[in-house]
Write a protein that binds this ligand. Structure first.
Ligand SMILES: NC(=O)C1=CN([C@@H]2O[C@H](COP(=O)(O)OP(=O)(O)OC[C@H]3O[C@@H](n4cnc5c(N)ncnc54)[C@H](OP(=O)(O)O)[C@@H]3O)[C@@H](O)[C@H]2O)C=CC1
Ligand SMILES: C[C@H]1O[C@H](OP(=O)(O)OP(=O)(O)OC[C@H]2O[C@@H](n3cnc4c(=O)[nH]c(N)nc43)[C@H](O)[C@@H]2O)[C@@H](O)[C@@H](O)C1=O
Length: 324
């Protein structure tokens, strides 16, 4: 990381809890966790708009919103998001909607005087066969994973847009690349969700319905890194406070499991007693995507929630909040 990249923020995000902070996508997995974290820290002036109130793909609406609210800080947690099946099925939506949202928000935030913006990408930006653990400079060094390359291209464009606005306008836009996330308010859709919430729902419904087996997609051999969304929210606040650099930063737990191990842990946490059946007609996706998050660690951030504890807490939340 060059001296500019290692620059620590001079102005302090945490100093003024009455500052206007726009958290886009505040009802989603990540946005709602960030709102919980900022509220817990005593922030009193969060600016929140649902998708129905403000469609961030509509440039003129986004420009009018920023002109009227003038947020001082902006966190981009709104996006078109989904698991491997959704990405593989709706490539046009994943590239178009994400490019529109991030381009509108980043540009309007700059033009309306925001002090700092944090953009969220994803670990899928890296090449399918990147060195493991994946360092930030592996970006654009090889072909992407075909099942989510459209989403990945949009996210890479978001990183580059933040860098371009820092270079040309000397504007404090930064990017974080989270690994696979999970937790309260996740998307539990049976087809379009990510693996962890999909399996939680499927094992739960199998237990409740007395099913003898649960189908799990793929071969079970891919490895995935998981981070609880409350840890991500903590990292977002940490980066808003401590980081102002050109390069994006990886935000991971540093721990990976096979999908088979995840399924077995989920089976135990949910208390399902039947068998697992593997549907190898479904794609495995990238074989592994463990990120090297040592740059963020060097700045002083570490994750706190273990996968086992996170699974237990998330299932507890699921039972209390998701329609049975
Ligand atoms: N979940 C994960 O495993 C990971 C997520 N990330 C990143 O974190 C960010 C948030 O993801 P996550 O919280 O999981 O996603 P969610 O789908 O849970 O939340 C996304 C939010 O964005 C809103 N949104 C979508 N389209 C629009 C739009 N056109 N205008 C306004 N709001 C919109 C959604 O509202 P509505 O539902 O009403 O449409 C929703 O509230 C994304 O940038 C994603 O790439 C990165 C790595 C992993
Ligand atoms: C965060 C990241 O998430 C996405 O990448 P992904 O990690 O491959 O996504 P996934 O969670 O959907 O799958 C992980 C693995 O799990 C297996 N798997 C088993 N059974 C189910 C299942 O029932 N559902 C799903 N979705 N996967 C399953 C599945 O076959 C695959 O091997 C990107 O699209 C993109 O959104 C992105 O950036």
């Amino acid at each position: 990381m060059g001296s500019q990249d290692a620059a620590l923020s001079s102005s302090s995000f945490l100093d003024d809890k009455s500052a206007k902070v726009f958290v886009s996508g505040h009802r989603g997995l990540v946005g709602s966790a960030i709102v919980r974290k900022l509220t817990e820290l005593g922030f009193t002036n969060l600016i929140l708009r649902s998708h129905a109130e403000l469609d961030l793909t509509r440039q003129s609406d986004v420009e009018a919103f920023f002109a009227s609210t003038k947020p001082e800080y902006v966190i981009v947690a709104a996006a078109k998001v989904g698991g491997i099946h959704a990405n593989n099925t709706y490539p046009a939506d994943f590239i178009a909607i994400n490019l529109q949202i991030q381009t509108n928000v980043i540009d309007s935030a700059y033009r309306n005087g925001a002090k700092k913006l944090l953009f969220l990408g994803s670990s899928c930006i890296y090449p399918k066969f990147a060195p493991q653990p994946i360092p930030e400079d592996a970006l654009l060094t090889g072909p992407l994973e075909p099942t989510n390359e459209w989403y990945a291209i949009a996210k890479i464009a978001g990183i580059k847009m933040c860098q371009a606005y820092r270079i040309q306008h000397k504007w404090d836009a930064i990017s974080g690349m989270p690994t696979n996330l999970y937790g309260p308010n996740d998307n539990f859709h049976p087809e379009n969700s990510h693996v962890l919430p999909a399996l939680m729902r499927r094992f739960h419904e199998a237990k409740v319905n007395g099913a003898k087996e649960v189908v799990v997609w793929g071969t079970g051999s891919p490895l995935r890194e998981f981070l609880h969304v409350d840890d991500l929210a903590d990292a977002v606040v940490f980066m808003m406070e401590k980081y102002s650099g050109l390069e994006h930063l990886n935000v991971g737990s540093g721990k990976e499991v096979t999908i088979k191990e995840l399924a077995e842990s989920m089976k135990e946490v949910v208390g399902f007693e039947g068998d697992l059946v593997w549907d190898s007609t479904k794609p495995d996706g990238t074989p592994r995507k463990l990120m090297d998050s040592s740059k963020l660690a060097a700045l002083g951030w570490t994750p706190k929630v273990s996968l086992k504890d996170g699974l237990v807490d998330t299932y507890k939340w699921y039972l209390e909040n998701v329609k049975q």
